[in-house]
Write a protein that binds this ligand. Structure first.
Ligand SMILES: *Cc1c(COP(=O)(O)O)cnc(C)c1O
Length: 221
């Protein structure tokens, strides 16, 4: 069995070390436990070990897993980190406390409509395809400024930061550096970057939200 509490303790200690090494306050880095594919019981175990922020990459999976968990743990927070279809926008703003995968103008429109309809306004991160991978979601870096202007002025969306997933196998540092530069230039406070294998590097480059799954819950089947 996976030692979820022990893993959490190790990850927290590594976050603290990485933050201090970077001259940052460890409290400026939020640890998100990515619970996709893991059962609700594992989320409860993590919650009992002091973990309140969770991430899921599919709306439907979160809708199945989290209502009971939220009822049991009112201060639990849940963020969406995976691709979002426009027809799921109402479900997404109703289910999640933040959305990290805002990646196209059409979705901005749908989220704005969904927020108007539900009165819920989860903070949004714009996803950037820093590696310019054709199969990967996210805006091209050069399209950010105009998209951000539309998100704020036309759609009045609560944009809080940027998110990226560096290409598999590549050195993630230049990708994190680029995301940090883009966020600074646009005065966005939050940076969602870093996963199990590279969250310490992400912290060195300014990550405020690290998305850690397998290092906490064990490797996915
Ligand atoms: C699954 C996932 C993670 C967590 O990945 P691990 O390697 O298990 O830490 C982080 N971010 C996104 C977008 C994911 O889909």
């Amino acid at each position: 069995m996976t030692d979820i509490a022990g893993n959490l303790e190790r990850v927290r200690a590594a976050i603290e070390r990485a933050a201090i090494k970077a001259g940052r306050d460890p409290r400026s880095v939020a640890l998100m436990a990515v619970s996709k594919t893991y059962p609700a019981a594992d989320v409860s175990t993590a919650f009992a070990a002091g973990q309140a922020l969770f991430g899921e990459n599919r709306v439907q999976e979160a809708q199945k897993k989290f209502p009971a968990l939220r009822a049991a743990h009112p201060n639990l927070k849940l963020h969406l980190i995976g691709p979002l279809q426009t027809n799921k926008a109402v479900d997404a703003v109703s289910t999640f406390d933040a959305i990290h995968s805002l990646d196209r103008p059409k979705l901005m429109q749908s989220l704005a409509d969904a927020m108007g309809k539900t009165g819920k306004r989860p903070g949004c991160f714009i996803q950037i395809n820093t590696g310019r991978e054709p199969q990967k979601a996210g805006l091209a870096p050069e399209d950010l400024d105009s998209a951000l202007a539309r998100a704020k002025e036309e759609f009045k969306l609560p944009i809080v930061g940027l998110m990226c997933i560096p290409p598999v196998g590549a050195d993630p540092a230049p990708h994190f550096e680029l995301l940090c530069k883009l966020a600074r230039r646009n005065a966005l406070p939050c940076l969602s970057m870093g996963m199990s294998h590279d969250y310490e590097i992400a912290i060195a480059h300014g990550a405020t939200h690290v998305r850690v799954g397998s290092a906490i819950f064990g490797s996915r089947a």
